[in-house]
Design a protein around this ligand. Structure first.
Ligand code: BG6
Length: 478
């Protein structure tokens, strides 16, 4: 038996840089993602000069959502989505980040996009920054390690908050703000960061998030502004006390970001860690108040898999690009084709852990399975594995709500339509319930086809999560 609140935000999520393409249209400037070439299953994306002819930059075309959003939204409506999370590409609004005035063509694009969503009964959930820092700012200032990024980000945030104040109610400040722990290009375009720089960049990201909350609330006090992290929980590998203690320390590495955003101050364990590492953060006196007043209304998080902490260092897994970088493989779980472990119960564990800690509404803003689809019959992709994945995770959310009493405001399936992968840039790592005919080098018609999971999710939403069964008759209509 499942049960969800009546106004539960069932939906899907994408990000501008992974969907829009049109990377140089409408006055858009390049972002740090636009110089990242496609990677492979085992190789993350790498930076190349924009002029390089022999590499494919997947964000340049992505799935062309910039031009296809109207027909894509029709498909979302048919699926019954109540909300769509996307992001505003910063460099469509401020092409280098330094302009005095915003780019009207960029603002107009998002006006049209949000209008189209609203017209179709779909609530936009909008991320201000989804990893796409302007390339110009990254190269000139070294990215977020420089405090000036906070000012430019707030200029951008103020512009879009004002422009869309009557269209967008749910905002997310910075996507996976703790991902700076795993992917260095999140904080700077190419170079690796020293520990001091990483901590300073983290401080600036958190400050930017808090300032954005303060600014947004002044523009529209009804805004619901959330922070966002990637899952933070770490299982102890064994019940050996040393492993348990390490799991707490590993969790701190990630959850510290959520702690600052939800509680409004740097936690004592972090201050001790900084002082042990002889790191002094450059701060302004007013920052303390900014953190205190800039607390988030809800915590959004992406959920793929949890971490495992073990003191047996020699067996530590060095990671499958982004997830599980800290710790070992969990022997009780299966892995996706990309090596990401599949752990539905972990989602319930995470929801409990976050809610115990903050007692604020939680929002699952990304969850899904990246898998290669069999395209023998492109018009009838039978992605039962994806349905099973979503089914088990949604059941875990239901249990967290109904058995554990956790307050969850929505569930957004990541990559509701196939988009390019964030970590590898591949198209073949598909999360979509809608297939997009494109390959890893950008070849293909770009045509959309619904997968079997499309009809299944439609039924889930229509029944407000009551019916998670795989009804074969219904699903075979795909
Ligand atoms: C999250 C990001 O880390 O994971 C998304 O917010 C990303 O941008 C998603 O796409 C899944 O990662 P990937 O590499 O499988 O696309």
């Amino acid at each position: 038996m499942t049960n969800f609140p009546t106004n539960f935000l069932w939906g899907g999520a994408i990000a501008a840089n992974q969907a829009e393409g049109a990377f140089a249209e409408g006055g858009k400037g390049p972002s740090i993602l636009d110089v990242m070439a496609v990677g492979t299953k085992t190789q993350p994306r790498k930076r190349y000069p924009l002029t390089e002819k022999d590499v494919y930059f997947p964000s340049h075309d992505a799935i062309d959502f910039y031009h296809t959003y109207k027909s894509d939204i029709q498909l979302f409506r048919k699926m019954g989505l109540k909300s769509l999370r996307t992001s505003i590409n910063w460099t469509r609004i401020y092409p280098t980040g330094e302009e005095e005035e915003p780019n009207e063509a960029g603002l107009k694009f998002y006006d049209d996009l949000f209008d189209e969503l609203l017209k179709n009964g779909i609530t936009p959930v909008v991320t201000l920054q989804h990893s796409d820092t302007p390339l110009f700012l990254a190269d000139k200032y070294g990215g977020w390690k420089n405090r000036i990024l906070v000012d430019y980000f707030i200029k951008f945030a103020t512009t879009v908050f004002k422009r869309y104040k009557d269209k967008v109610h749910y905002w997310i400040t910075i996507n996976e703000i703790n991902a700076i722990n795993f992917v260095t290009w999140f904080g700077a375009a190419n170079d690796s960061l020293s520990l001091q720089e990483k901590e300073q960049a983290s401080y600036h990201l958190l400050l930017a998030s808090a300032k954005a909350v303060n600014v947004g609330k002044k523009i529209n006090s009804d805004f619901m502004i959330g922070g966002m992290v990637t899952d933070c929980y770490s299982y102890p590998y064994t019940c050996k006390p040393e492993d348990v203690l390490l799991s707490i320390e590993d969790k701190h590495l990630n959850i510290f970001f959520a702690d600052v955003m939800a509680r409004g101050y740097y936690p004592s364990y972090k201050l001790k860690e900084l002082s042990r590492n002889k790191i002094t953060l450059a701060k302004h006196d007013s920052d303390e108040v900014t953190f205190k007043t800039g607390k988030i209304d809800f915590l959004g998080f992406s959920y793929y898999s949890l971490h495992v902490s073990s003191t047996q260092k020699d067996e530590i897994l060095q990671g499958n690009l982004l997830q599980n970088i800290v710790g070992k493989t969990n022997p009780y779980l299966k892995k996706s084709e990309w090596g990401w472990q599949i752990d539905p119960l972990g989602l319930r564990i995470s929801l409990n852990d976050f809610y115990d800690r903050y007692q604020i509404p939680l929002f699952i803003v990304e969850n899904g399975l990246g898998a290669e689809d069999d395209t023998t019959n492109i018009k009838n992709i039978n992605d039962v594995y994806r349905i099973e994945y979503l089914q088990q995770h949604i059941k875990a959310v239901s249990d967290a709500i109904n058995i554990d009493g956790v307050e969850v405001i929505g569930y957004l399936a990541w990559g509701i339509i196939d988009i390019i992968s964030g970590t590898t840039g591949q198209m073949s790592k598909r999360y979509g319930l809608i297939y997009v005919d494109k390959d890893n080098e950008g070849h293909g018609t770009g045509q959309r086809y619904i997968k079997r999971s499309f009809n299944w999710y439609k039924k889930v939403i229509a029944s407000n999560g009551e019916d998670l069964t795989l009804n074969l008759k219904e699903a075979s209509k795909a």
